[in-house]
Design a protein. Structure first.
Length: 283
């Protein structure tokens, strides 16, 4: 694995991980700005690490030749790093190893993010598999942040994982067309069957506007269920972990929207919604 070239050292005070987060995951970057300063770089590291895992899946050219093998090789490299392998001067890997070495995040949580992306490559047969994958993947990113903020509150971390899954469902709905064209297919086979699609066809970008709208409706219902489970676990998150749950604010807004092909730039309403949630202490 070679060092990432996605972002050079920033001239505005951001680390490489922070610059990667801002460029490639602006939603989580925005929310991470509300993390207290001592833990903010850890949050940026986790966002950048998640981007690297997602990037391993977005290889449509190699998919035609080798199927999921190229992505699995990349993800195995990250798994090896988590298990004590050589980060090889990769700035995100080095930062992640430092987090693990000081016990700021749990290796099982971080490993679960990698496993979730690999499950996307293998294919998700049904809704239970998809839900578990969302909790480990998108939910795992936010849970890891919650672990950094308050490692002793397992109940709050469980709720944050559900809320991270809310964001994951919303982000998928918001960018569904672009995600499918990128070579990723993070949807269960039963959902594709329900709208008359096949996994290989989706990788070719063959979904119609009507089919994407139907998938958006399914994702809206799943996102609402994730949020309801989070509220059952704990109706009010402790303020210590609240910043880790803020992406759910954006996810819920995306799921309430009509959906679209590729999403668009966030407006002032989205940013204000995040600020209000932080001020009120509720997502």
């Amino acid at each position: 694995m070679t060092p990432t070239r996605d972002a050079e050292h920033s001239t505005d005070g951001l680390s490489e991980c922070g610059a990667i987060a801002r460029r490639f995951d602006p939603d989580r970057f925005l929310c991470a700005l509300f993390v207290p300063a001592p833990a903010r770089e850890a949050a940026m590291t986790l966002v950048a690490f998640n981007h690297e895992c997602v990037r391993a899946l977005s290889t449509p050219a190699s998919w035609a030749v080798a199927g999921p093998i190229a992505g699995m090789i990349r993800l195995q490299w990250w798994r090896d790093v988590i298990d004590g392998g050589d980060p090889q001067r990769h700035p995100v890997a080095i930062a992640l190893v430092d987090l693990l070495a000081c016990g700021a995040v749990r290796a099982d949580t971080v490993r679960g993010i990698v496993d979730a992306r690999e499950c996307e490559l293998d294919g998700l047969p049904d809704w239970p598999a998809w839900r578990a994958n969302m909790r480990a993947g998108a939910g795992g990113v936010q849970r890891a942040m919650a672990e950094v903020l308050d490692p002793r509150d397992d109940v709050a971390c469980d709720a944050v994982a559900e809320l991270g899954a809310v964001y994951g469902a919303g982000a998928l709905a918001r960018h569904l067309g672009a995600v499918l064209r990128s070579g990723r297919c993070p949807l269960p086979d039963v959902a594709l069957d329900a709208v008359g699609l096949e996994r290989d066809g989706l990788r070719d970008g063959a979904a119609t506007a009507g089919q994407r709208a139907a998938l958006h409706a399914l994702l809206r219902a799943e996102g609402a269920a994730f949020h309801a489970r989070a509220m059952t676990i704990t109706p009010c998150l402790p303020r210590t972990v609240l910043p880790a749950a803020l992406p759910a604010v954006l996810g819920r807004r995306d799921l309430r929207a009509d959906g679209g092909d590729d999403g668009g730039a966030r407006g002032i309403g989205d940013r204000l919604a995040v600020m209000v949630a932080m001020a009120r202490g509720r997502v």
